[in-house]
Structures are given as C-alpha cells and as structure tokens.
Design a protein around this ligand. Structure first.
Ligand code: ZN
Length: 178
C-alpha cells in the first residue's frame, strides 16, 4: 500500500463529475487499499477518489457503524470502527429530518463550515469485487457518505455550507475531516 498525495483546491479534478467504475481489476484494488491508507494517515474518516486525483466513482469511509452515545462508549468502540469501500454509490433513500453539523475537508485545508445534511440515508453501490451492496447510515456516518458522494459530482462542502470559517487551532477533529 502506498500513501497518495491528497489534492487540494483549486485542482480542477475536484470539480469534475467522476466516471462510473466498470473494471474490478488489480488497479482498482490497489487504488482502494491506497485510499484507505491515505485516509488513515491524514487522518480522516472518509476519502473520495477525486481527492487523490482520479475522477472515478470510488469512496472509502471508516467510522462507527452505530454512533457512540458518549466518550466512554466511543473509547470502548474505537476498535470497532468499520471500513466501507464503495463504488458507484447512489443515495436511494433519505430521512425527512435534516441536521446541521460542522464539516471540514482534506482537500480544503484551513476551513470548516456548517452544512445541512439528511439525518439518515440508504446508499446503494458495489463492493470492491463488483457485487451489489447497501449501507444504512445514520448521524455522522450518514454525513460522511453524503460528503463523499458529493465529491464524485464535483460538489464541495463550501458550495452548500450556510457559513464557512477558519477554525481556531484545536477546533478541528479528525472526525470532521472528510
Ligand atoms: Zn472532502
């Protein structure tokens, strides 16, 4: 596995509509492994292929499958974080409820913004072997998927944030970085 450089604005690849993945070859497997390693190294909780310079519909996410209720539960669950690699993801169901949250992006260093997202979603796509998969996500996990799928359409959080600001030092946490 190799760390890949994370591209940042104003790189035009971040604004392109990414291509549908149709080949499930070794090159794709290497890309997915590299993206997972790059996401962990950043550190972040999600990464989309355009963020490593490739306009392809590939995302990786690493987070709690079920959101911890408090810090104690988070510490217990730290080892239970799950990794998803998903190709051609599509949101097929959304909750009526929307929630605000503060997001950052590894491709837009030094800025955070308040973004409204669906509280829960269902995502359909393919796993790394090309088989259909479906994810039901709620809370922060749902936010991460929405942020990453936006990347595949050239949409950045700064486009849809109600406001954007430069955080104080220590204000950003790894879980905000996607
Ligand atoms: Zn991002």
């Amino acid at each position: 596995m190799t760390l890949r450089p994370i591209v940042t604005l104003p790189d035009p690849v971040l604004r392109r509509k990414a291509r549908v993945v149709t080949a499930f070859d070794n090159k794709l497997q290497t890309l997915i492994d590299d993206m997972i390693e790059t996401m962990r190294d950043a550190p972040g909780v999600g990464l989309a292929a355009p963020q490593v310079g490739l306009a392809e519909r590939v995302i990786v996410v690493e987070y709690f499958e079920h959101e911890p209720k408090d810090e104690e539960e988070e510490a217990e669950q730290e080892l239970k974080k799950k990794v998803w690699a998903m190709l051609n993801p599509e949101i097929v169901k959304t909750s009526a409820e929307k929630v605000m949250g503060v997001e950052g992006c590894l491709s837009i260093p030094g800025l955070v913004g308040e973004v409204e997202r669906f509280e829960a979603i269902q995502v359909r796509g393919l796993n790394r072997r090309g088989q259909p998969m479906r994810v039901k996500a709620q809370g922060w996990l749902a936010r991460i998927f929405q942020h990453e799928i936006d990347h595949l359409n050239g949409v950045l959080f700064t486009d849809i944030a109600t406001h954007v600001w430069k955080p104080e030092e220590n204000e950003t946490e790894p879980e905000n970085e996607v």
